[in-house]
Write a protein that binds this ligand. Structure first.
Ligand SMILES: [Fe+2]
Ligand SMILES: [Fe+2]
Length: 254
């Protein structure tokens, strides 16, 4: 059994009502403090993109500090991130504009963190090289273990007017790859800033709540994005049958 925490869209550097980015930093620190204070272990913490609000090197220095944890923290970029400073500051690698795709081998599962960002665009796409890489990694190595696949942009409509036009496109290609690999237990994404669950390619698609804001449904009124909801996170439990059960937790913003 695996227990995975999942948060997203911490947007460090986001200025809210002229606060110099304080609110985003404070909320992110609260969420990470919640996880660090858990008495039990976590197998990993997934952070599915929009780590920095403007993709600046100084923002990634803050990201590195805020996301440092006693748990293994696995990240992927979102549309607000920039690949070169992400690589240099967060990963300690040479700068480069290729997609930032990473395989993490946990003791009980492979976790594939994919880059669905398109430089200078808000919508998303897993490019052909990323999908080929995913296909090859799922087919190789520890095929007896479950695989978890994460990216920033949801590949389906979530019925959110704010997010649906900037979702992940070209998703039929992703579905084709996923259907070839029954070891994939579930899919994880961010970008939508709302705790949501749906399906894609016959798999659970679990959307992380946003830390800095919450995107709302038309029936909830307002302008489609709320800064009043508290930050949240998800805890996913993957059992021996590769069934994923998700629990959401609210964290006090103060
Ligand atoms: Fe975001
Ligand atoms: Fe995003």
């Amino acid at each position: 059994m695996l227990t995975i925490a999942h948060l997203s869209d911490i947007h460090l550097g986001q200025v809210h009502l002229g606060d110099g980015g304080e609110r985003a930093r404070r909320r992110s620190e609260r969420v990470m403090a919640y996880l660090d204070a858990l008495p039990g272990p976590l197998d990993a913490v997934l952070v599915t993109g929009d780590l920095a609000d403007h993709g600046l090197a100084e923002e990634y220095r803050q990201v590195a500090k805020v996301l440092s944890s006693r748990h293994p923290v696995l990240t992927c970029p979102g549309n607000h991130d920039r690949r070169s400073p992400y690589r240099e500051v967060l990963l300690g690698e040479a700068p480069g504009e290729e997609p930032v795709n990473r395989l993490h081998r946990l003791p009980g599962a492979d976790v594939l963190m994919l880059d669905s960002s398109i430089p200078k665009q808000d919508d998303g796409l897993l490019d052909d090289g990323t999908l080929d890489w995913l296909d090859a990694e799922l087919a190789s190595g520890r095929t007896q273990l479950p695989a978890l696949v994460a990216f920033h942009h949801p590949p389906v409509e979530l019925h959110l007017p704010y997010v649906d036009p900037i979702r992940q496109f070209g998703a039929v290609r992703l579905a084709r790859v996923l259907r070839r690999h029954p070891r994939v237990a579930a899919l994880f994404c961010g970008h939508a800033h709302t705790p949501a669950a749906t399906t894609f390619a016959g798999l659970p698609l679990l959307v992380a709540p946003g830390v800095v804001s919450t995107v709302t449904l038309p029936c909830e009124g307002g302008r489609g994005i709320s800064f009043d909801h508290p930050p949240m996170l998800a805890l996913h439990v993957i059992d021996g049958d590769r069934r994923t059960t998700t629990h959401y937790r609210v964290v006090s913003p103060a």
